[in-house]
Design a protein around this ligand. Structure first.
Ligand SMILES: *Cc1c(COP(=O)(O)O)cnc(C)c1O
Length: 398
């Protein structure tokens, strides 16, 4: 990534990054280059290519083509100060490769108790099998993380805001503690994206995105990325090559296509989600709204200090009720699909039970929790829909 890219304003970077003329070859979007075999002119060329640094040079399909390089380069361009990006076939694959690039047997990893559940499972499953220990910590610990560090601690994982419960972490405080001790920091930045939280500029070593969400933006592709800070890319790339990680050029192309409108989409997700979160906070059936931009969210003051915006995913707790009345609410909604994932153009509602996944700190909410992904529909229609849902909840709750 050239430094001039990083000097541009974010909206301009979203449009221009990764569109190198040698990759676009005269059209606007880098075309889909599908390849396994790359043909060489002669044996001398074949030998030379194997010997050289093959980054951004055709070598073999597993090492990518301009289609994947273009998206990776664009994502690097969104993170001021970043050194490089590697793409993966899912967000979970990105998390796995990053952790394996950083950790070795005997090491210890710190993981926030609010982490995405598959991240937890990776720590307690795969990593444990390979002799890497995990300790779960209170996501609101801030600089108190220092108390949890042992001589074996090699990496601190963060996810801010947390999955399901939306605690906003003091990334700067944790990064400061880690840097003093040579510990790597890794942030799952999927919710904010680099547009609302430029993680590498804040000193994070690895910024992970489930591109499946806002980068793709259309609920039709699985994709992940890790963007590495200064001095961190070579290890990530080497581990990812050894793991055989490669993303299909068709999926990378769809990722690039989604990325170009991400800034515009995020602005609408932000405005609609805020309007709906504020409306929900005023309803008698709602006991608490967990949206980082509202004071009722744990860590809101950190959000106000650090973030450039908020996206479209949040949760709310119901006043009383149970599994059945919560299901009545969700089943009554017309415009909210019921399904996993988020970040697409359409709204979703999901019953979530964070206490099932916690070990370090128990979230303390009055009633059952519903997670909403606010899409690009008119927010007035979504509010009317939620009003119908709350009426169904009231009727079922009795
Ligand atoms: C969805 C998600 C992931 C995993 O991404 P996939 O592409 O579904 O594997 C990781 N982190 C967070 C916060 C997510 O929401």
């Amino acid at each position: 990534m050239s430094d001039d890219q990083h000097d541009l304003r974010p909206d301009t970077r979203v449009v221009t990054a990764g569109r190198r003329p040698e990759w676009t070859a005269g059209v606007v979007n880098t075309p889909v280059w599908r390849a396994s075999t790359i043909l060489y002119d002669d044996v001398a060329h074949l030998r030379a290519s194997g010997a050289a640094d093959t980054h951004h040079r055709l070598f073999y399909g597993r090492r990518g083509t301009p289609t994947q390089w273009s998206l990776a380069d664009a994502l690097t361009g969104l993170e001021p100060g970043a050194e490089g990006t590697f793409l993966y076939p899912s967000g979970v694959a990105a998390i796995a490769a990053c952790l394996l690039a950083v950790l070795s047997p005997g090491d210890e990893l710190l993981v926030p108790d609010s982490a995405y559940d598959p991240t937890r499972s990776m720590a307690t499953g795969l990593l444990k099998r390979f002799g890497i220990a995990a300790r779960f910590y209170d996501p609101l610990v801030g600089k108190g993380i220092v108390e949890l560090i042992s001589p074996a601690t090699r990496a601190i994982f963060m996810e801010s805001p947390g999955s399901l419960t939306f605690e906003v972490q003091d990334v700067s405080a944790i990064v400061a503690v880690a840097k003093d001790r040579g510990i790597a920091t890794i942030l799952d930045n999927t919710w904010a994206t680099p547009l609302f939280f430029p993680a590498i500029a804040k000193g994070v070593d690895y910024s992970i995105l489930a591109c499946t969400k806002y980068i793709v933006g259309h609920s039709d592709v699985m994709l992940g990325s890790v963007t590495a800070g200064p001095g961190r890319f070579a290890a990530l790339r080497e581990t990812s090559f050894q793991l055989g990680q490669v993303t299909s050029p068709d999926d990378a192309w769809l990722g690039s296509r989604g990325l170009r409108t991400m800034s515009l989409r995020l602005r609408q997700h932000q405005a609609s989600a805020l309007e709906i979160a504020r409306w929900l906070a005023a309803q008698p059936e709602v006991s608490r709204v967990l949206h980082p931009a509202l004071p009722s969210c744990p860590g809101h003051e950190i959000f106000a200090r650090d973030f450039l915006g908020s996206s479209g995913l949040f949760a709310f707790a119901l006043q009383g009720g149970d599994e059945r009345s919560r299901a009545a609410l969700i089943d009554a909604l017309d415009y909210f699909g019921i399904g996993y994932s988020w970040g697409g153009y359409e709204s979703l509602a999901l019953p979530v039970d964070p206490a099932r996944h916690r070990t370090a700190t128990m979230p303390n909410f009055a009633g059952p929790l519903v997670r909403l992904q606010i899409g690009l529909e008119d927010p007035a229609d979504l509010i009317a829909d939620l009003a119908r849902g709350l009426a169904a909840f009231r009727a079922a709750r009795g």
